[in-house]
Design a protein around this ligand. Structure first.
Ligand SMILES: [Zn+2]
Length: 731
């Protein structure tokens, strides 16, 4: 076509150019390029110094330069253009190819790439300042600073500021016919020049305001463009105060913001606009700390979409589990930037593990009255207060480091200690109404409510109100200060709990119920460990349900070693003399061999009058637990339980089973935990004998004011296959 002469493009018009965006994978490796109609095309034109020639009008029709096609919509003219080329013998082959092409997301119409002049901010001139402003920020996660954000800034491109839309902040640029421009800096300035005070600064009103050009005196009109809304978002810190025109002090007091939080994709959005506008105007970002949020997927890691049907509606989650469970899940299941695999069930897990436990402890405090005698502060009280102090310190430190995840988990760990150790080991004190136990638990729960206030605001306030915390709301209280810690006691309790864990594991191995009392637990401990366990001996013995603790210094004392020769190493060495070697090994002192093995020393034996050294690997050492004991060991810790039962222990075990059955009957009868009862028992003689022998214990546990043997018409329970009839009557 000769519509536009080659020289109008410049020297390289209508020639072949090299472009690295063209692949030879398919087609000829040669493509047609039109520099006004594509990003790659435009860049190529700029690279070769071509002029931008655009013969298409804004309505998508050819302009008068395209002769017979002028006024026709470009897409409609395609077929005629092909015919035209064919007729003039300028085309070898014309076919249709399927390829991707941009379309309007609303109308579905095909779009045309179209190079147009626009207004830019030359941010590339401030690249170093932008990079430096980013370096001063505290990013969470940290790698965003030099990764995603750092890359984006060091490859900064000028900010395309203008938008051709109707709604938006009008670009405050006025221009005259001569092309002089004037940028308006305030309503006052505009009024001064035009005599018009704008009541509404938006289009169309602002477009009607003109004034004489300061240079040529021709009338100036505003350019039609509005400003990119991302620029508005970056102006938020001062624009919301209308600073510097008013409220300058308020703006200064709040600038820069301590903290912003948005999706991780906002490095090119709000994180950037706040950094760029801040740097342009104030030489720094408008914020100091950033927390990025990851994306939300379904529980298989797939994007949530209508077509997959895997969308979980937030309102359904809130309806079913509550807003606080929802929040707790987000805070504690992951670091927020790691993204989530989300389903209704994952929330269930979060509720089950933490909120229910919290609520149970709270209900426990509600259930009993602190009307008993003062028992005084115990080691358990001192321990849980020390743990509380540690938790307050840790949560505070983590929150100050913008780490809600580990802060929340620290609260969860504390509530677990509170529930599974403090309350569990203090139940009797609560039943007996010991005010010191109540005071300790109340103090813990009030502080937990304060720590939880930012995480689960509704639950926290409910607990605070229930417990009669000061003031109208937990949200109006000061953040708690960490109290004193007792590190020695915390360590001791750690050792005690480890001892219990091993002891319970031994019970599990031996399949002996915890309700069955045992004579003794033998614990391997010496020095400070032994002192710690002895200090908390009552707690350990009652949790393990043993009559006493006994200590041994070495694990060797919990069993007997058996020594055998290792035929694999000794066989080749001694050959025919192996029977004599085996006999000599059998005669070795096990304690000596085990100590030699620990110290990696040789053991000497004598065979047929000559001396031989045996290395530790030549001897196979195995430990047989003591007869009648069940041993559990882990590292240097070991606990053995004596399993032998005498008649008294059996009877006491049965009495505990009876109590357990009566508690079940109380529950089935719908009694309140504090209701007193008249108790009737009948059935198996041995069970009744056990209950009689431990009557004080049984009646105390089940709050019975009287017990009648042999006359029960209530429900039947079975204990180890034996029948027990239980009647409970509220008195
Ligand atoms: Zn002018």
């Amino acid at each position: 076509f000769g519509f536009i002469k080659a020289q109008e493009y410049g020297e390289r018009g209508h020639t072949v150019l090299l472009g690295d965006f063209v692949s030879a994978e398919d087609g000829t490796g040669i493509v047609h390029t039109a520099i006004a109609f594509g990003e790659d095309d435009f860049r190529l034109g700029a690279q070769y110094g071509l002029n931008v020639v655009n013969p298409v009008e804004l309505d998508g029709t050819y302009d008068e330069r395209i002769g017979p096609y002028a006024g026709r919509f470009v897409k409609d003219a395609d077929d005629d253009l092909v015919e035209d080329l064919k007729a003039r013998g300028r085309i070898l082959k014309a076919t249709k190819e399927l390829h991707s092409y941009p379309h309007c997301w609303r109308s579905g119409n095909a779009l045309i790439y179209y190079a147009k002049p626009a207004w830019y901010i030359a941010t590339t001139k401030l690249r170093d300042e932008l990079v430096a402003a980013n370096q001063a920020l505290d990013w969470h996660p940290e790698h965003i600073k030099d990764g995603r954000m750092g890359d984006w800034l060091s490859n900064n491109v000028d900010w395309a500021l203008s938008r051709e839309r109707y709604w938006g902040t009008p670009l405050p640029v006025w221009r005259c016919e001569e092309g002089h421009t004037h940028v308006i800096g305030s309503f006052d300035e505009l009024e001064e020049l035009s005599g018009v005070r704008l009541e509404d600064p938006h289009r169309p009103f602002v477009d009607e305001v003109g004034f004489p050009c300061p240079q040529c005196n021709q009338r100036m009109q505003r350019v039609p463009e509005v400003i990119d809304v991302w620029f508005d978002s970056g102006c938020m810190p001062f624009a919301q105060e209308h600073a510097p025109f008013e409220n300058e002090d308020r703006f200064q007091a709040h600038f820069p913001a301590d903290f912003i939080c948005e999706g991780i994709d906002q490095t090119r959005g709000w994180f950037y606009s706040m950094l760029a506008v801040g740097t342009l105007l104030f030489g720094r970002a408008s914020y100091e700390h950033v927390v990025c949020l990851g994306l939300l997927f379904d529980d298989h890691g797939r994007k949530m979409s209508k077509s997959l049907g895997n969308i979980v509606a937030p309102w359904d989650v809130i309806q079913r589990h509550g807003a606080d469970a929802f929040r707790w899940y987000y805070f504690t299941s992951k670091q927020p930037w790691d993204g989530y695999r989300f389903s209704m069930d994952t929330i269930c897990e979060s509720v089950r593990l933490f909120l229910r436990q919290l609520w149970n402890v709270h209900a426990f405090l509600d259930r009993y009255e602190s009307d008993g005698p003062h028992g005084g502060e115990t080691d358990l009280d001192r321990w849980i207060k020390s743990r509380l102090a540690a938790t307050v310190a840790e949560v505070t430190e983590r929150m100050e480091a913008y780490d809600a995840t580990f802060a929340g988990r620290a609260v969860a760990d504390f509530v677990d200690d509170l529930s599974n150790w403090y309350v569990r080991r203090s139940r009797r004190r609560f039943w007996e109404g010991d005010p010191s136990a109540f005071a300790t638990l109340r103090e813990c729960m009030l502080t937990v409510a304060q720590l939880l206030a930012p995480f689960t605001p509704f639950v926290a306030d409910e607990i605070w109100e229930d417990l009669g915390g000061d003031g109208d709301s937990v949200h109006l209280t000061d953040w708690p200060a960490a109290g004193e810690r007792d590190l020695e006691l915390e360590t001791a309790m750690g050792i005690a709990r480890e001892t219990v864990r091993l002891g319970l594991a031994a019970r599990g191995q031996a399949k002996v119920k915890v309700r069955q009392p045992l004579h003794e637990a033998v614990v391997v401990a010496s020095g400070a460990e032994r002192a710690a366990i002895e200090r908390l001996g009552d707690v350990i013995a009652s949790e393990l349900n043993v009559k006493r603790l006994r200590f041994v210094a070495e694990a060797d004392e919990l069993g007997s070693y058996e020594i055998k020769p290792n035929y694999r190493t000794l066989g080749p060495r001694f050959g025919r003399a192996m029977p004599q070697v085996a006999a000599a090994v059998a005669g070795l002192d096990p304690a000596h061999v085990s100590s030699a093995a620990r110290n990696n020393e040789a053991v000497r034996i004598s065979v047929d009058g000559s001396d031989h050294a045996l290395a530790p690997e030549d001897l196979l050492l195995s430990m047989q637990p003591l007869e009648g004991y069940q041993l559990e060991r882990e590292g240097s810790h070991a606990v053995a339980l004596e399993l032998t039962l005498d008649e008294d222990l059996v009877r006491e075990g049965l009495a505990r089973e009876v109590v357990h059955a009566i508690q079940g009957a109380r529950k089935d009868a719908g009694l309140d935990v504090s209701d007193r009862i008249a108790l009737g028992l009948a059935g198996d003689e041995e069970l009744l004998a056990a209950a009689r022998a431990h009557e004080e214990y049984v009646t105390g546990e089940v709050l019975a004011t009287s017990v009648d043997y042999g006359s029960a018409n209530g429900q039947e329970a079975r204990i180890e296959g034996r029948p027990l009839h239980i009647s409970v009557t509220r008195v």
